[in-house]
Every structure is written in C-alpha cells, then in structure tokens.
Design a protein around this ligand. Structure first.
Ligand code: SF4
Ligand code: SF4
Length: 350
C-alpha cells in the first residue's frame, strides 16, 4: 500500500474566520472529488459528537453547516447522526440526546441537518457485520447506519483516558456502535479499587450512574453493574480507582479499530480530524477543560488510519505525556494489519 494523502487546513478557533474555512474546505472537496461521486437524491450521514452536558469543547455547529451546505448543493440530504452512550446521562437515550444536541446549537436552523439517533430509543437497535478479526467476529453496529451509504466523519481530536486519544477512528468505531457493541469493546476494561488507597469517602458511589460501586467495610468495591465507561477514574481524590492499563486498554483500542473497519464496509466515507480545542479528556467528559496545546487545524483524508496517525504525530508529545500506558505503535500497526489504512501519509497543506 502506498502513501495516503492527508489534506491539512491550518486553523485556529481564536480566528473564527469561517469564510477562510469555507474556502479551504471547498478546495478539499474539489481535490478529493468526494461530492462528485455521490448519487443524486441519496442521504448522507455526518457523524458528530454533540458534547456531554457541561462540556463546550465539542465541534462548533458552524463547521457542520459549512459542510452541510456543500453537500446539499449536490442535492444530497445530509443528516447529523449519533448513537446513545453506554453510561447513563443525557446522551444515553434518543429523546434527551436530541434535546441536548439542540441546546448545544445543533438545530436544523443552524446546521441545515436533522438529527438521527441511529440505535433506537436507548441504544438497543443494531445489525451485525461479520469481520472475523482477532477480537471481534461480528460487530454490532447501530441499526439505522445501514441506510447510509455515504458518510462524512467529523471528529474532534482530543485526549482519552482509556484509548490515549480519540480522533476519526474512535468517532467511527465507538461512535457508530450500538450499546451492545460498545459493551463488547469495553468488556476487557473494568476498573478496580486499590484498597490500600481507598478511604471510603463515597464520592465514586455518588458519581457512578450505573450504581456499580458500593462501600463494604469502609472500602469501595466495583461490582458487576460496571459497564467500563472509565468515568470514575478521574473522580477519586485519592487516585484509588485504577485500570490494568497495560493489557486492557491496548485491547480496547484494537477493538475500536476493528469496529471502525466494520463501519466502513460498503460505505463511501471522508474523514475530518479537527485538531482544535485539544483537551485531556473526550467530549463525553461532563465539564469544559483547558486545552493542552495550541490549535493545529483540520486533517482530511479518505484513509482514517493515516488521518489519525497524522493527528497523533502533531499531538504526540502532549498525548504520551498524559497517557503513557498505551503502546501506540502496536495499536497503529494493528490498524494496518486489519486493512483499515496505512500509517504512511503525505501531508498536503491547503
Ligand atoms: S472516591 Fe476513591 S477514596 Fe472515595 S470511596 Fe471511592 S475509591 Fe474510595
Ligand atoms: S464503576 Fe466506574 S467504570 Fe464502572 S460504570 Fe461506574 S463509573 Fe463507569
């Protein structure tokens, strides 16, 4: 496999120069000819993350609108698509998820797109895609995804406690899986309480929305209700909640790659990695965090692995400083092995 082209639009959210951004994105569509290959009258999915309640670092609806307008000019109807989260909260069910998305500015008026939650009222609807890969034989994808042959993957690149970082691959693999699929990916990664550090304060008990943590003999215990969302890790004031980072999280990251591969079977897709407002944690985190580095811009490619490799190369120092427990080379190599793309890319500045 030769080098993949990754287009690069330098951009800072401070400038907020949407005219400049529109011109650059138009040029990318011209160079990739992505829109020219779409059949008139079809639907196109734009995969976004609307941000958890209290988190304002998600992608701006203005960016979505720029792309939606260009799609609509080709007489293709764009829809904003998402799935329900594994953990409880506002994004855990269709009704509240759409309400929160609209509160965050993703309205039909602002984006020109209706929202479609793809996996039923609360993540239960799925279809299976056979991939026969090392960790995943059949991926459980959100059921209504099968209606979309065209996909624009808009990902916000940021750090992530369990997978080190989240970019275009996580936006596909975790973001388009049904709840059962998300559970399959997380099934290796449950935290545990280090009894020597726990003081039984109960903060984690109040935090866990699954009711998975109980106090026994003044020490917290994580029980079978845990869905492995990893939210409690950063809540404990004594850092008593731990992961077996070495093995578990590397496997989780590889499963996400397998699921991403499944989402792209028989689907025509273009991937956008927004390296803007890069925070330590993902947009599922219920608070707005400070950036860990200056904005870089937007990376665009047909190759999701190359797109994430390029994003990682820009942010490597900051990401590995925060999350040194992952073997990033091994994970990217696995992505190549399963045919998701190539690590070898040529950056083409627009
Ligand atoms: S928050 Fe930490 S110290 Fe407090 S009960 Fe939970 S694990 Fe123990
Ligand atoms: S125990 Fe922690 S990882 Fe498990 S569901 Fe609760 S918050 Fe999530």
């Amino acid at each position: 496999m030769g080098k993949s082209i990754v287009y690069f639009i330098p951009y800072s959210s401070k400038e907020k120069n949407l005219k400049y951004l529109r011109e650059k994105i138009e040029k990318v569509f011209f160079l990739t000819k992505f829109l020219d290959k779409l059949n008139y009258g079809r639907k196109l999915a734009i995969k976004v993350h609307f941000g958890e309640e209290g988190n304002n670092n998600h992608l701006r609806p203005e960016y979505v609108r720029i792309i939606a307008e260009m799609v609509a000019q080709k007489s293709i109807q764009p829809y904003l698509v998402e799935t329900s989260t594994l953990y409880r909260g506002k994004r855990n069910n269709k009704k509240e998820h759409i309400k929160l998305a609209q509160e965050h500015g993703f309205t039909l008026y602002d984006t020109l797109c209706q929202i479609e939650i793809l996996d039923g009222n609360s993540g239960e609807s799925y279809y299976e895609v056979s991939i026969n890969s090392q960790y995943t034989k059949k991926a459980k994808l959100a059921q209504k995804l099968r209606r979309y042959l065209y996909l624009i993957n808009l990902a916000h690149f940021k750090g992530h406690l369990a997978t080190g970082f989240g970019g275009v691959i996580k936006n596909l693999g975790m973001g388009l899986a049904s709840k059962g699929g998300k559970l399959d990916m997380h099934s290796v990664s449950h935290p545990f309480v280090n009894e020597n550090k726990c003081i039984g304060c109960g903060i984690c008990v109040d935090y866990c929305k699954e009711g998975a943590i109980k106090i026994h003999n003044l020490v917290a215990k994580i029980g079978p209700l845990c869905v492995g969302c990893a939210g409690c890790l950063s809540i404990c004031p004594n850092s008593a909640i731990e992961f077996r980072w070495d093995q578990d999280t590397n496997i989780l990251a590889k499963k996400v790659l397998e699921y991403a591969k499944a989402t792209l079977i028989d689907r025509y897709a273009l991937h956008f990695n927004f390296l803007i407002n890069i925070t330590p944690n993902c947009d599922c985190y219920p608070r707005t965090e400070e950036k860990i580095m200056e904005d870089i811009g937007i990376l665009i490619s047909f190759d999701p692995l190359a797109c994430d490799q390029a994003g990682f190369d820009f942010a490597k120092k900051e990401i590995t400083k925060l999350y040194s427990h992952l073997n990033y080379d091994e994970i990217f190599d696995f992505g190549e092995k399963i045919g998701l793309g190539t690590r070898d890319y040529e950056l083409c500045e627009i």
